[in-house]
Structures are given as structure tokens and as C-alpha cells.
Ligand binder design. Sequence first.
Ligand code: GRF
Length: 202
Amino acid sequence: KRLVVLVSGSGTNLQALIDAIGSAGPEAYGAEIVAVGADRTGIAGLDRAARAGLPTFVCQVRDHDSRAQWDKALAEATAAYEPDLVVSAGFMRIVGKEFLARFGGRTVNTHPALLPSFPGAHGVRDALAYGAKVTGCTVHFVDDGVDTGPVIAQGAVEIRDEDDEDALHERIKEVERELLVKVVSRLARDGFSIEGRKVVIP
Ligand code: GRF
């Protein structure tokens, strides 16, 4: 299967996918990364892609007249690589109608909280501020809401008294990377269907 991975930041989730595919081989893993897309330049995620020899594309909101045009450009840039699955791995933008029309139902996102708790851009900070004792990460399909799509898998992480946002996020990301790598491989190898909110993997 063909994967396009979208990133906005350090790209450690992308790296985990690159490493897993590299060590298992694309056939055993079930998928290969055919391109990495970003919504900004100068991020470690793009460097990681380049180091792995992967094609990259950048689609910046500010280079477009409207959000809708940006969304269309992102959809077109993604479509050029003919992906079977899109992985939003720390991609900090909400995709729009055009993107969802083409890739809805096959775009996977990873979020650093146990949804439906703490959606949005500050899932780690919000869980800490709330005083939650357990948080974690959620791998889910993207729909037209903010972190509201059908859940594929979750991993739990305990919050420690001494945690700050960075320390907690790092522990979440360890679980998150492993979960994402597993989920993407299963989806790619075994196929899936989405029945309402339920994701069925045979
Ligand atoms: C992940 O925790 C992701 O869920 C969040 O941002 C982080 C991205 O990390 N929204 P990286 O860029 O993959 O290192």
C-alpha cells in the first residue's frame, strides 16, 4: 500500500514509520511511504524525509488566497502520489472539504490524549491542567470535526505528580509511535471498514 505522511514538526512519528518499514521491509510491513507533505518549511520532519530519500512537498496556508484553496492544493499535492492511506503524523492543520472528499475514510491521525477527552492543539497541556491521572494517545480516522473521527486504537499513559507538559508529552509519544506503527501496518495489510463509529479490521 502507498502512504503519504503529513507532518508539521519534529517528525518522530514519521521516523518511527520510516524505521519500521525499513527494518521489516515494505512487503512484510504492508506499506511504503511514497511522499511526505508539510504545511511549513524548516521543520525536522522534512529533514527526516529527505534523509530517508523520500519525495516531499510543502503546502503553506499563507501561499493561498483562502483556506479552501489551500485545502484544494493540499488535496491535489497528496493525490499526485496516489496514496491508499494518508497518515497525519503531528500535522497541525484541520483539513477541509476537498481533502476529505478525496481522502476521508482513509486518513489516519494521531492525537496525544485519550479522545474524546482533550481534543485540539493542546491535548497534553489540557489533560495536565484538568488534573487527569491517566491520559494517552488515540489513533483515529479523520472526519470533518476536530479530533472527532472513529477511533482505531488507544494507548494509556499515567500522569505523574512531577510531570510538566514536555515530560508527559515525551512519554505519550513513546506509546504513540509504537501504536501508530502497528495500526498503519494492520490497516495496510488486513484492510478495514468503517461502520458508523466502529472501525472493523478483519
Ligand atoms: C504528536 O504527539 C502528535 O500527536 C501531536 O504532535 C506530536 C507530533 O510529534 N499532535 P512528531 O512531529 O511526530 O515528533
